[in-house]
Write a protein that binds this ligand. Structure first.
Ligand code: FEO
Ligand code: CA
Ligand code: CA
Ligand code: CA
Length: 625
């Protein structure tokens, strides 16, 4: 996260401002009480979901709340650094030299601010069972934490930052106790905000609104950036979600430019960085269409390092947080996506074609054809997934949508017109295949003045988690049910309106859920971004979703000061948990010379380094008990 103020609303449609009597009444209704009547119906669906009742209870000793310079795991667990910002990926990568960074070096090294983590087996005969490919996003750069001369912007500094964005594919090998990078593996790869050409596919490919002076065809973009969370497809490709792309653009759009409203809706230009002083495409006065080339989901094939990444425009353009996938019972692929900003929406893409489970190559263009939906959460406990399809309902020429390209480029405005439910910053939406459910992480929304059924708290600093129940486990359904799982905050303070299982300990509650993970046993884990405002560092919590313990949360991991916790990803055997520790040492006005911690190296001249760690049980058993 950069700062809460950067995520304030650009949705101009505040039902946020409406003051209807029925909303007051609505807030007084307990969702739990209300859903008691709906439970009879849902029970049928739950019974139809196989293995739902087999979940093991968590069994580990909770860590304590607090904030300090390092990480914390439960007794009986160990955490090892896997790969840090600036570490070598290739045989000829230069050594990390933070005081003398160059773009050429950063292009050969692990990027900054690791976020999403995906893992997939090393393909083919090369896999001996102890090797995997780890795909990691690098969300953004913290100029003042990265560079000793952060007050003197330069072209080279901008190029270092562009090289530090994007993603890394890193082969890892298990050495019997933990996972380490295979430097020089033929699979290792950097994907960056420049120097990594990618192809635009789907409805917006080649559209006039994507054309620039460098790409008059509107088909090839120089890179990807602000890659927050993401997903892995069932065929082993890596989906990178482009999130806060607006901040990288500066300048003033020419007077009366047709993209003015579109850019405003995305917060472009944010002016958070000065790259546009040195590189024309980040100045909207010079390249007004360049922002339309970002805000997409990018698909990368980690098994083929020379394959061009593809921007899949059928999945819509917004501030994409994640893109977690699941196969529906009829074989189609479903991708859940959040748009991480106050009052934005939850989306679901359903592919037109079925996933080919035996031939990965047959799925090469699966993400180019399908239907993007946006969610309306109603007070009767239903979710209606509304189609963003050109020509249907209000998505017509009369409203400025001349084709499906316009619908996907301006997915937010299309969703406005359909009456989607404005949410409290939807981040990761994590499906649980075996339970037929999906968990929506809603971080917070300090500007909410009026509640709705699914976002009932005003000035919600605490966030909540919503469970979407897909009918009989049909992830492709267009009618679903929803229920709160937990509401963030301290349950001991009645003014907060928190809701956890009453047995949740003083360590076990959290605020600001951001990323979710489901372990191989089907259990939910929630990481946070913003918990320090509640008096304890960000971390990872294990949350029961079933039976009498539903909503019981336990503290498992704590990050160093300044860091948020991203990525959480389990190995297929559930015995390793990978975590991305992002922006350690930030906060309290931190700079390169004065970070709030120097984790993980703790050397006086080495800045704090975003790092992927691997957590294992000392006895090698499954994480979480
Ligand atoms: Fe990049 Fe939504 O956190
Ligand atoms: Ca976040
Ligand atoms: Ca996030
Ligand atoms: Ca996730």
């Amino acid at each position: 996260m950069i700062d809460d103020s950067e995520f304030t609303a650009s949705n101009p449609r505040p039902d946020l401002e409406t003051s209807a009597f029925d909303q007051v009444v609505e807030r007084r209704l307990s969702r739990r009480g209300f859903l008691a009547s709906a439970t009879a119906t849902l029970a049928v669906a739950a019974c139809a979901t196989p293995r739902a009742s087999e979940t093991r209870a968590f069994d580990f000793a909770e860590i304590t709340r607090g904030t300090d310079e390092t990480i914390h795991v439960p007794a009986g667990y160990r955490a090892d650094n896997v790969v840090k910002w600036g570490e070598a990926l290739f045989a000829d990568s230069p050594a990390f030299n933070p005081a003398g960074q160059t773009a050429a070096a950063q292009r050969q090294q692990f990027g900054y601010n690791n976020d999403f983590i995906g893992v997939t087996p090393v393909p083919g005969a090369e896999n001996d069972g102890n090797r995997l490919l780890m795909c990691v996003n690098h969300e953004y750069t913290s100029t003042r934490l990265m560079f000793p001369d952060h007050d003197t912007p330069s072209l080279e500094q901008a190029r270092v930052e562009l090289a530090a964005h994007g993603g890394s594919v890193v082969e890892l090998k298990f050495d019997g106790s933990t996972w380490q990078p295979v430097v020089g593996s033929r699979f290792n790869r950097r994907i960056m905000a420049d120097g990594t050409p990618m192809t635009v596919t789907g409805p917006a490919a080649g559209h006039d609104r994507l054309k620039t002076s460098a790409d008059p065809e509107g088909l090839t973009v120089a890179g990807t950036m602000n890659n927050c969370a993401g997903g892995m497809t069932p065929w082993g490709t890596y989906l990178m979600a482009e999130e806060n792309i607006n901040g990288n653009f500066m300048g003033k759009l020419p007077e009366g430019h047709p993209e003015a409203d579109n850019h405003k809706r995305m917060g472009v230009p944010g002016g958070w960085y000065r790259w546009g002083r040195f590189i024309d495409r980040f100045d909207v006065a010079k390249e007004p269409n360049e922002p339309n080339r970002f805000g997409w989901i990018v698909e990368v094939d980690p098994a083929n390092p020379s394959a061009k990444p593809k921007k899949r425009t059928a999945l819509g353009r917004f501030k994409h947080e994640g893109a977690e996938t699941v196969i529906a019972p009829d074989g189609r692929l479903v991708i859940y996506m959040g748009d991480d900003q106050q009052f934005e929406y939850v989306y679901k893409f359903v592919s037109q074609d079925r996933v080919n489970r035996r031939n990965a190559a047959a799925n090469a263009d699966l993400l180019d054809n399908g239907t993007l939906h946006v969610a309306r959460f109603d007070e009767d406990g239903s979710v209606t997934w509304m189609r963003l399809v050109h020509g249907e309902g209000p998505l017509t020429e009369a409203n400025g949508f001349a084709s499906q390209a316009d619908v996907v480029i301006e997915a937010r405005r299309a969703a406005d017109l359909l009456g989607a439910t404005p949410m409290d910053r939807p981040e990761d939406v994590q499906p649980s295949e075996r339970k037929g459910r999906a968990y929506v992480m809603l971080t917070n929304n300090t500007r909410r003045k009026e509640g709705n059924a699914a976002n009932p708290r005003l000035k919600n600093s605490y966030g909540h988690v919503i469970e979407i129940i897909e009918p009989a486990g049909d992830f492709a359904a267009t009618s679903s049910q929803w229920e709160f799982l937990v509401k963030g905050g301290d349950p001991a303070d009645p003014s907060v309106g928190a809701d956890f299982h009453p047995a949740t300990s003083a360590e076990g509650w959290f605020t600001c859920p951001d990323n979710g993970a489901v372990d191989p046993s089907g259990r939910l884990w929630v990481s946070t971004d913003g918990n320090p405002k509640s008096g304890s560092a960000d971390g990872l919590w294990a949350v029961e979703t079933e039976g009498a313990d539903r909503g019981l949360s336990r503290a498992f991991f704590r990050a160093p000061e300044g860091a948020e916790v991203c990525g959480p990803r389990f190995s297929a055997d559930g015995r390793t948990l990978f975590i991305a520790v992002q922006h350690p040492g930030d906060g309290r006005g931190a700079t390169y010379d004065n970070p709030t911690t120097r984790w993980p190296d703790f050397k006086p001249t080495t800045p704090p380094r975003p790092t992927v760690i691997a957590i294992r049980r000392e006895d090698g058993g499954p994480i979480g008990g």
